[in-house]
Design a protein around this ligand. Structure first.
Ligand code: SF4
Ligand SMILES: [Zn+2]
Ligand SMILES: [Zn+2]
Length: 310
């Protein structure tokens, strides 16, 4: 197997693109792919202050590495949602990685704000941790970025994540979400920060190979709450299609983006300010504040319990 670019021995076969590449040309392929996504969707403008959400996992660390190599001035943000054991180990790995890169790492701890982790809050509200986790992360990222003057939040969603989301949105005919799903989510309110996904056209396998070839040590453990998640099943379906018909995944996502205007979207909701935090919401209180308020109502002795434990 020879590298399509230089003719040297290839180390990876990319069936979706019908090419084999040596290590150096594969690493360039990844950087070029991200740079193309950034240019095509105009993800950044010069001089922006960019905050990268780092979870310690392969996608966010590869993303940070790539953006640094491409010359973007990036800073990291780790959100500790208090998932016992898992969050501490992930934070250590993210911390070591950013320290090696001499890049700033900002930290947020849910336990510091609420004195409880996401699983405890979910259990008290009789919900699953995953049903709160995504919403809380998005809120915390936006609030932190806005308060600290960042103009963009970057996340490590890859092609498999975006494909699974697209499949889920199609199965449920979520036309509002289908109209909005994109590597670029512009800021539609003065207190909303732009969100971008530069890895959206790279597969999980390509990112994994990138980490291995670069020697990036990432957090390999799966979140203990991930068992049976619908997104895992959707990824399995797409991987099966990819196996039988290489290139299906990238075609599914790219052709959707090209034809997205067939989904007209919904009338925008009237935005109000949350009566507690002031961030935009369609109701009186935003979902984040409503969850915390409900949790505090159901946990009146929480402060005393925590104090006795100390
Ligand atoms: S599986 Fe994912 S969404 Fe669910 S709690 Fe863990 S990190 Fe959050
Ligand atoms: Zn080569
Ligand atoms: Zn609020």
């Amino acid at each position: 197997m020879k590298c399509k670019k230089c003719g040297e021995k290839a180390v990876i076969r990319l069936r979706a693109h019908n090419i084999s590449l040596c290590k150096d040309d594969f690493l360039s392929f990844v950087l070029n792919s991200v740079q193309r996504t950034i240019k095509k969707y105009k993800l950044f403008v010069p001089g922006e202050k960019i905050l990268v959400a780092v979870s310690g996992g392969k996608d966010s660390l590869a993303l940070f590495d790539i953006l640094q190599r491409l010359g973007y001035p990036v800073e990291g943000f780790y959100i500790d949602l208090g998932i016992d054991g898992f969050s501490q180990r992930a934070q250590e790995i993210a911390g070591e990685f950013l320290a090696e890169r001499k890049a700033p790492l900002h930290l947020y701890s849910l336990r510091e704000e609420v004195r409880a982790g996401v699983a405890q809050i979910a259990s008290r509200l009789k919900r699953s941790p995953c049903s709160l986790c995504g919403m809380m992360r998005r809120y915390i990222m936006n609030r932190f970025a806005w308060e600290k003057g960042f103009s963009t939040v970057v996340t490590g969603h890859n092609l498999d994540d975006e494909g699974a989301t697209l499949l889920g949105n199609l199965i449920n005919w979520q036309v509002g979400y289908l109209a909005r799903q994109s590597p670029l989510l512009p800021a539609t309110h003065p207190r909303l920060v732009k969100k971008v996904k530069p890895l959206a056209r790279l597969s999980e396998r390509e990112i994994l190979a990138y980490c291995l070839f670069r020697g990036i040590a990432y957090h390999e453990e799966r979140c203990p709450h991930s068992k049976g998640a619908t997104s895992i099943k959707q990824k399995e379906v797409l991987n099966l299609l990819e196996y039988h018909s290489p290139g299906s995944k990238i075609r599914f996502y790219q052709e959707f983006l090209k034809n997205q205007e067939v989904f007209p979207g919904l009338e925008p909701h009237e935005m109000r300010e949350c009566t507690v935090c002031g961030f935009p919401t369609t109701r009186d209180m935003c979902q984040f504040c409503a969850i915390l308020e409900r949790f505090r109502e159901l946990t009146p002795l929480q402060g005393q319990i925590e104090e006795r434990k100390d």
